[in-house]
Design a protein around this ligand. Structure first.
Ligand code: GLP
Length: 257
């Protein structure tokens, strides 16, 4: 046993090590047996297992025990579509359109899409699945004028990004994404098949076309137990390189409150 950390942290490390050596779907030893082996109370062990279930490492089946869960899907922070992301990982993407309506943008959405508040906008609520398992809920907003004739059915049978390119001739350019931790609401939990208030990621993506016009604003809730975010990190530029290129370093604007 290592000399650092609380009892729970040590138990957590031990159970995670154990999970790593097991296959998806294997049952971990019974709580009573594990607690004895690790010389901790069943309450301590149960707390650790509860955390690991919440974080998506284990699945608990009542009256039967805890089982090793599927590994999380590594979501790279790039502008790919849900369909491509899933295919790259060997899953079959699918989707259900829970709602598709055309509404006036209204003030807030109009600012995001950079149009007038009266501009008609298609709003689609999409349940996204991988191998038939619900993974995310997305609320897509796109200018109605950009996607004439778009139906709920279209979004169930094709990728939206493919439709944009093939049917509407829209070439995607850049995107910006804000990510925040959140928990699922009652409605989201029911749709995703997870307990109420499960951890989740909230993504808000604004995508522009190659000329810089806003194409979509999408609010997505991704299951926190099935996803982890990954990013490629570039080496920071060294300050002496910057100075050599652009003369004296600029002053840093400080704000005081
Ligand atoms: C991701 C993005 C959405 C985008 C969607 C397109 O999920 N968060 O902003 O609309 O991909 O996915 P698809 O082309 O599979 O419909």
């Amino acid at each position: 046993m290592s000399a650092w950390g609380s009892k729970s942290e040590r138990v957590r490390e031990h159970v995670l090590d154990l999970v790593e050596t097991m296959a998806v779907g294997d049952r971990i030893p019974a709580e009573r047996k594990l607690a004895e082996e690790l010389d901790v109370s069943r309450m301590t062990l149960r707390g650790v297992i509860d955390d690991l279930v919440r974080e998506g490492y284990l699945n608990r089946r009542h009256g039967s025990g805890s089982y090793v869960a599927e590994p999380k899907i590594a979501q790279p922070l790039t502008m790919t579509s849900f369909s491509d992301d899933m295919r790259l990982r060997g899953f079959v993407p699918s989707g259900r359109t829970l709602e598709l309506v055309t509404v006036a943008a209204g003030a807030r959405l109009a600012r995001r899409l950079q149009v007038s508040p009266t501009e008609p906008v298609v709003r689609a609520l999409r349940l996204r699945l991988a191998d038939d398992v619900p993974m995310a809920i997305e609320t897509l907003h796109v200018l109605a004028a950009l996607v004439p004739g778009l139906t709920a059915d279209d979004l169930e049978h094709s990728s939206f990004y493919d439709l944009l390119a093939a049917r509407y001739g829209v070439q995607l350019g850049t995107g910006a994404q804000v990510i925040e931790p959140t928990v699922t609401s009652e409605e989201e939990s029911a749709r995703l098949g997870v307990p109420v208030h499960s951890p989740a990621f909230l993504f808000e993506r604004t995508t522009r076309d190659s000329a810089g016009a806003v194409v979509e604003f999408v609010r997505s809730i991704y299951r926190g137990d099935r996803y982890q975010l990954t990013a490629t990190l570039l080496a920071p530029k060294r300050r002496d390189q910057d100075r050599a290129r652009s003369g004296p370093a600029p002053t840093i604007a400080e704000s005081h409150s």
